[in-house]
Design a protein around this ligand. Structure first.
Ligand SMILES: *Cc1c(COP(=O)(O)O)cnc(C)c1O
Length: 432
């Protein structure tokens, strides 16, 4: 298996190289050169397979020979050591809860998989050289990466987050681990963090001094394992007989793009729906045909505050770069914070379900799409545990949320972060 750069101006690379590099030298995202549909027998017998077997069958072609099968299975067993339950909340509508991992957000799977792949590659090297994972976070990525990479040999992690713009729990998750994980508190926005990270990747002064890689969802090892969720849901819903619609609350569009990859592998999906907050670049594009990235706007669903969704180019690639093909497979809607809050209350009161702000947007988008259709089964992805957003959830609901033990433990730990505000401070930090 090789990967090519979507900017088409860089050599093809192996899985290992794509993971270690993150981004191609021409700044393009890596994309698999070939995608083989899974055999019908896989879908016929899926209800008899466990999560690790499903994950192995679906990812093995993308890893190729870079990780031996037994090792890949061991990695997947380790990565997928928690549940992915489907909770029916109304007739023909279920929430796929992806927040039962260590940092209570769906990003745990991708971050853990990438960390273990890098750990394996390091263990195979004769001369050890440390890799520095540099990552900008608007909230959830940082915690998932910190936890996923904690104590992985040969990997240093540096996380940049916008000061005052992540929730208390999120901040604790990324600033309290120590060891190979450090956090930089940036006086600025998420876009500023992202910009500094990009500048570091382009900076030739690091050549020969530091190997920098990215753990954002542009990295194929973070992006591709997200396919698993859709197969897990299909396994549980296969026998109900209706065609499936997946609604994915989106920011960088990595998660939904992985769902589309699952569909490419043969997973029967009738349609995808995306819900965004005020950062509505993709819904706007689907409506008008104009793609206009913008500076991000802060909302209560902060993990989706993205004004230039980096994975959208992969979505276009999967749809032949043709908007009419894409429109047949994807619908998009955007919602205000007010609508999000109202929906959280409604789900709580009428359906006895406590969503987080991101999941609430997924639910809203699903309802909007299904209102015009009959005979479909809708699944919205619940991407984070509501406890992570206590400060923005209506009080009536937040009083009902039980704080998990893992969170209680982390809240007592001391935050360790260095404040920076400029790129030169970041560079100095990395080189010292
Ligand atoms: C990251 C994140 C999203 C958005 O996922 P993308 O892959 O960036 O579209 C949605 N919800 C939560 C809770 C997240 O952490």
């Amino acid at each position: 298996m090789t990967y090519f750069s979507l900017n088409k101006n860089a050599p093809n690379v192996s899985f290992q190289e794509a993971v270690v590099k993150g981004l191609a030298p021409d700044r393009g995202l890596y994309f698999p050169s070939e995608i083989a549909t899974l055999p019908t027998s896989f879908f016929e017998s899926i209800t008899e397979l466990d999560t690790v077997e499903i994950a192995f069958e679906t990812i093995k072609q993308f890893v190729g020979n870079d990780i031996p099968a037994t090792e890949l299975k061991r990695i997947l067993t380790d990565v997928l050591s928690f549940d992915f339950p489907l909770t029916e909340i109304a007739p023909n509508i279920s929430a796929l809860e992806l927040y039962h991992g260590p940092t209570l957000a769906f990003k745990d799977v991708g971050a853990r998989f990438m960390a273990r792949c890098l750990g394996y590659f390091n263990s195979q090297k004769e001369t050890k050289e440390d890799v520095t994972v540099l990552v900008a976070t608007s909230g959830d990525t940082g915690g998932a990466v910190a936890s996923g990479f904690y104590e992985v040999e040969g990997v240093e992690v540096v996380i940049l987050y916008p000061s005052g713009k992540v929730s208390d729990i999120q901040e604790k998750q990324l600033t309290t681990l120590g060891k190979n994980i450090s956090a930089l508190e940036v006086e600025g926005t998420f876009d500023d963090c992202q910009e500094m990270v990009k500048q570091a990747f382009l900076d030739e002064d690091f050549n020969g001094k530091k190997t920098l890689t990215s753990a954002n969802s542009i990295n194929v090892a973070r992006w591709l394992p997200q396919m698993f969720y859709y197969f897990f849901a299909y396994k549980q819903l296969k026998n109900q007989g209706k065609e499936l619609v997946f609604s994915v609350p989106s920011g960088n569009f990595g998660n939904i793009c992985a769902g589309m990859m699952a569909q490419k592998l043969g997973l029967p999906v009738h349609h995808f729906v995306t819900g965004t907050n005020a950062n509505n670049i993709v819904p706007h594009y689907l409506k008008t045909g104009e793609y206009q990235p913008k500076p991000s706007v802060a909302t209560i669903s902060n993990a989706m505050d993205v004004g230039a969704p980096s994975n959208f180019i992969r979505i276009q690639q999967l749809h032949g770069n043709d908007i009419s093909v894409l429109r047949k497979n994807l619908s998009g809607y955007s919602y205000t914070d007010e609508e999000t809050r109202k929906t959280m209350l409604q789900l709580f009161k009428e359906n006895n379900y406590i969503p987080d702000p991101h999941g609430a947007i997924g639910y809203l988008a699903l309802k909007e799409y299904l209102a015009k259709k009959n005979g479909l089964y809708g699944v919205f992805l619940e991407t984070a545990h509501p406890v992570k957003f206590l400060d923005v959830i209506p009080k009536r609901i937040s009083d009902e949320i039980e704080v998990p033990q893992s969170i209680k433990a982390i809240m007592d730990k001391t935050k360790k972060a260095e404040k920076i505000s400029t790129y030169s401070q970041l560079k100095h930090y990395l080189l010292s």
